[in-house]
Design a protein around this ligand. Structure first.
Ligand code: UTP
Length: 312
């Protein structure tokens, strides 16, 4: 059994071109989903898995993220004077979220490059990676289970989503072999009911016919720190970017004693991808409908809106 996972890296330094023009001056990870920026949902997910050391990878245009997680004494004093305890609690909550560090990526040369920038902060420990613009429904959190598999096997663990065959070209595709939790190498408890695969290779955004399966890599990973050495020798791949998927493919072919071995867990819950405009709109509607304070009024209005459009 390897050491317990306690660190999470959140890459959030990308250009966010799919969300222009909003992402010109505001990091796309700061665009609100109902009333919290996407990045806050992501950090909450890491904390819920017990990962209370979080490192955000940012770039110089994205200071708003640092301000979001810092105390705001003037605002807090103003809310205190007004006796607005609920909003004061909401503001304070963002600055009491574990220990949050910030590392600049510099040039956004790809997700693999962003993760590699965290090497010093990771300091040789196993660590999770959560993409800064997508998050899971709190009822379906799975990062904790992924950490248990990493701790038991000593390898790396990725989250997989079954997608319709025509959509796999938007993701990384994996070559999977199903494995029962009891047959995983190593010792230690792994929660029941998970669909686990041993992964032998991956390819990023495969051309039609070149996909290994329709199991897609989605934005949650738990790594053996060996990935950081692998990333140093990973050449730019698809789109000229250093692809995390390429480094994971190398890990999959490495022996366990060198930190190799990759396992995938299939996710069957709700996921929100806020980096894409249509998916973002769906996320806002679904999360607003679930809220106890907004949901009843919002869904009544939404039903009326949809039925008047249907009749128009
Ligand atoms: P995306 O590919 O969704 O982000 O990467 P992007 O490049 O910002 O988006 P588009 O395609 O131009 O709209 C997923 C996550 O990885 C981060 C992004 O900020 C996002 O949270 N990322 C991506 C980095 O931190 N650095 C990079 O070089 C690339």
């Amino acid at each position: 059994m390897t050491s317990r996972v306690r660190k999470a890296v959140v890459p959030a330094a990308g250009l966010g071109t799919r969300f222009l023009p909003a992402s010109k001056a505001i990091p796309k990870e700061m665009i609100p989903v109902v009333d919290k920026p996407a990045i806050q949902y992501v950090v909450d997910e890491a904390l819920a898995a017990g990962l209370d050391h979080v490192c955000l990878i940012t770039n110089p245009g994205k200071e708003a993220m640092e301000r979001h997680f810092a105390p705001a004494p003037d605002l807090e004093a103003a809310l205190e004077r007004k006796g607005d305890q609920a909003r004061l609690d909401a503001v304070r909550e963002t600055s009491s979220k574990g220990e949050i560090a910030f590392v600049n990526q510099g040039d956004p040369k790809g997700l693999g490059h962003a993760v590699g920038r965290a090497e010093e902060w990771v300091d040789g420990e196993p660590f999770a990676v959560l993409l800064g613009d997508d998050f899971l429904d709190a009822d379906d959190y799975i990062l904790d289970a992924m950490c248990r598999i990493q701790e038991r096997t000593g390898g790396s663990v990725i989250l997989l989503l079954e997608v319709p065959p025509h959509m796999i070209q938007m993701y990384g595709s994996v070559d999977p072999t199903s494995v029962a939790a009891v047959d995983l190498p190593g010792e230690g408890e792994v929660p029941d009911g998970l669909e686990i695969h041993r992964i032998s290779r991956l390819n990023e955004k495969p051309a039609p016919g070149e996909e290994y399966s329709n199991l897609a890599v989605i934005g949650r990973y738990v790594f053996n720190p060996a990935v950081l050495d692998v990333l140093k020798t990973t050449p730019p791949g698809r789109g000229g970017e250093i692809q995390l998927t390429d480094a994971i493919s190398t890990l999959a072919s490495m022996p366990a004693e060198d930190g190799g071995g990759v396992y995938g867990v299939v996710f069957r819950g709700h996921r929100y991808d806020t980096g894409d405009k249509l998916e973002y709109l769906k996320a806002v509607v679904q999360l607003a409908a679930k809220r106890t304070d907004l949901g009843p009024d919002f869904t009544t209005w939404l039903q009326g809106f949809v039925s008047t459009r249907d009749n128009a």
